[in-house]
Design a protein around this ligand. Structure first.
Ligand code: ATP
Ligand code: MG
Length: 648
């Protein structure tokens, strides 16, 4: 039998939780048993921890599958779980410490946040925004961004956050797709000392977005902006003047909470629709268990609210758990490459949640930057967004976690709403590069082309066998595409689009997108495994590999490599890297070509866009580039790739 995806890379380092961590952890082994015994009862218990207005009549209704419904007939408003219920006992507790890129600081207690959300909600109401509307939010990482999200939720309007780094075109597309009636934006956003002209982008978008009637503008960068009276409203005029009392709209469990577009690594972004109750249940439960949230934690998730990680693990999960968070507005290298480590030391952050792309960038910059600061306040660190190569995991473990912090490598998607695969920090022994096992109450599996479980020691397609509360409900406005993309490949199984293997201990290893899997001389080789073998070499910080058409082998492996520190690419190093991959995982995986580059094409959330590298390698026109962050690098790589192929 031919393997759906080969299992080549092997990693045998293991890291059990320390006895001290395990003894104090929120999640104990019992949680897996409880969930396995009765999955629906487990989720009902988790949902019962939220604040409800009326109880549900049924935990799960699967009669219209794949349009599943959770906590049927339940009534709630998610902001009451996130804000109102904390006021009595922890109203004075800090919800957000916020630091701007220029160094300015603000804090919000739970009471202050509650009042600000109510005022903003009343201001939106005054503009005519009502339950069932959708509102686009296009801001940098200022406190008004979570405030705006919660204000929408308060009045029953769905928010659609568009990352502040996106262009006018991306904004137009998303506003029109979600039919947003208002836009909440800013004069500008700070990015590495420069102003991103948010309002100007919105002004350019509006002639093409007929649904938008009002624009609420936060003043941040103080650059001059154009103004249209009647349509445009300054946040600082209308919000502080509004009442700090805004009764929450009663929402059905299944009402739309938000729409969020995927990051576009594989193609045109999809508008993922999430509902109120199921989503918040998943967000709060996983946040509490995976991050082991305690009252004295200072938790920092470095994501932007433009991505699902910011939705679930900056806004909804942490606030539902009454947690104290740090939010930072800017980039990690402003004013210097140690900004993050300084923030951790200054705020004594205890939990850090970030992305492998950031970790690999820090590896490239060198250990001297984290070494400048005291990081001993950290007790738990995590990653999300891409597979983390074992060497990047080890670097994170050693240089950021000080060898003592458990690492939670969390696999999930915009579609899943919350973490699906992750270690529980006091329970699960970790292995560098593996997201370990499914979360309690989540039924993931790895299957072959026929939809059969591949079993331990094999690779295949990652699927979810049973519905879960925070699952997407549909693709906004396109239920057929929802069925087609997620439910048509395997009957009754949710198809995630990622490759995965299960090792002999039952641990899951994510292998990248199945669209990216390479077929070399009849072997299905995952991009992740070859990339991890390259990153395993001490000279390499980051790499991307793709399969390009080859007459002899079907596809040949084309590798793109970013070196650490001031290392230089050379013919000798190139041969050394090819041999390194061959030694690490086998001659079949040896790259046919290697191009040294300063950077890789990435989405604005920092994910490598392999499809563009494939286009370059096969000398095609580039596909959808609207979510590409660093367009210059594509040209640079194209030039180098051509030069390299001339030499072949
Ligand atoms: P699009 O669906 O538009 O191509 P995207 O999949 O990048 O965009 P997201 O929903 O932000 O958009 O990302 C989810 C994907 O990120 C997962 O399907 C997986 O490929 C990858 N991913 C996330 N976390 C991990 C992880 N811990 N390990 C491996 N891969 C991960
Ligand atoms: Mg995706």
């Amino acid at each position: 039998m031919s393997e759906t995806i080969e299992n080549l890379f092997s990693e045998d380092r293991t890291f059990p939780p320390s006895p001290e961590f395990a003894a104090a952890a929120n999640a104990t082994p019992e949680i897996y048993d409880r969930a396995a015994e009765d999955r629906l009862a487990f989720w009902a218990d988790e949902a019962a921890k939220l604040q409800w207005r009326a109880p549900w009549s049924k935990v799960l209704d699967d009669s219209k599958a794949p349009f599943y419904q959770w906590f049927v007939d339940g009534k709630l408003n998610v902001t009451e779980s996130c804000l109102d219920r904390h006021l009595d006992k922890r109203g004075d507790r800090i919800a957000f410490y916020w630091e701007g890129e220029p160094g300015d600081k603000r804090t919000f207690t739970y009471r202050e946040l509650y009042e600000e959300v109510c005022r903003c909600a009343n201001a939106l109401k005054a503009m005519g925004v009502t339950k069932g509307d959708s509102v686009a939010i296009y801001l940098g990482m200022v406190p008004e961004l979570p405030v705006a999200m919660l204000a929408c939720a308060r009045i029953g309007a769905a928010h659609s956050v568009v990352f502040g780094g996106f262009s006018t075109d991306a904004l137009v597309e998303r506003i029109n797709d979600a039919n947003s009636v208002a836009v909440i934006t800013g004069d500008g956003a700070w990015r590495r000392g420069n102003v991103v002209p948010l309002k100007e982008n919105v002004d350019r978008a509006l002639p093409n977005t007929p649904s938008v009637k009002n624009v609420l503008v936060v003043r941040r960068t103080e650059n001059p902006v154009e103004w249209q009276d009647g349509r445009d409203h300054w946040y600082h005029d209308v919000v502080p003047a509004a009442s700090a009392d805004c009764p929450a709209e009663t929402m059905d469990s299944e009402d739309l909470l938000f729409v969020l577009y995927t990051s576009g690594s594989t193609g045109k972004p999809k508008g993922i629709a999430h509902s109120c109750a199921g989503y918040l249940t998943g967000a709060a439960s996983t946040h509490r268990n995976v991050f082991d949230i305690k009252d004295d934690d200072v938790y920092w998730c470095t994501a932007d609210c433009g991505w699902v990680t910011g939705h679930t693990y900056i806004v909804y999960g942490p606030l539902a758990n009454g947690c104290t968070s740090l939010i930072y507005e800017g980039t990690p290298n402003h004013p210097d490459q140690d900004r993050w480590w300084k923030l951790i030391a200054d705020y004594k952050a205890t939990i850090l949640y970030t992305a492998p792309t950031a970790i690999r960038t820090f590896m490239k910059w060198g250990v001297e930057f984290p070494q400048r600061h005291d990081l001993t306040s950290l007790r738990l660190i995590g990653t999300v967004g891409e597979p983390i190569n074992p060497e990047a995991w080890m670097w994170y473990h050693e240089h950021i976690g000080g060898g003592r912090c458990p690492i939670v490598d969390t696999w999930w998607q915009t579609e899943t709403g919350c973490i699906m695969i992750s270690p529980l920090p006091g329970v699960t022994e970790t292995k560098p590069g593996s997201a370990t096992v499914a979360m309690p109450g989540i039924a993931v599996d790895v299957v072959n082309e026929e939809g059969e479980s591949v079993g331990r020691g094999h690779g295949g397609y990652l699927v979810v066998r049973e519905p879960w509360p925070s699952m997407l409900r549909t693709i906004y406005g396109d239920p057929d595409r929802y069925r087609e993309v997620y439910w048509s490949k395997f009957d009754g199984l949710y198809f995630a689009g990622d490759g995965c293997k299960i090792d002999d201990d039952g641990y899951l290893w994510l292998l990248g997108r199945v669209d990216d899997v390479m077929l070399v001389s009849g072997h299905n080789i995952s991009t992740t495994e070859v990339e991890s073998a390259l990153v395993d070499h001490p000279a390499v910080a980051e790499s991307a590999v793709v399969g390009r058409k080859d007459d002899r082998t079907g596809q040949a492996i084309a590798a793109f490599v970013v070196l650490r520190g001031d290392q230089q690419g050379s013919e000798t190093l190139l041969q050394e890297l090819r041999l390194h991959v061959a030694a690490k995982i086998g001659p079949i995986a040896k790259p046919a070509s290697i191009v040294f580059t300063d950077d890789l094409p990435k989405t604005r959330s920092g994910k490598i866009m392999r499809r563009l590298l494939r286009d370059i390698s096969e000398e095609r026109q580039l596909g959808d580039v609207t979510t590409l962050a660093n367009s210059d690098i594509v040209e640079a790589i194209r030039d180098r790739a051509h030069a390299a192929s001339d030499e072949e």
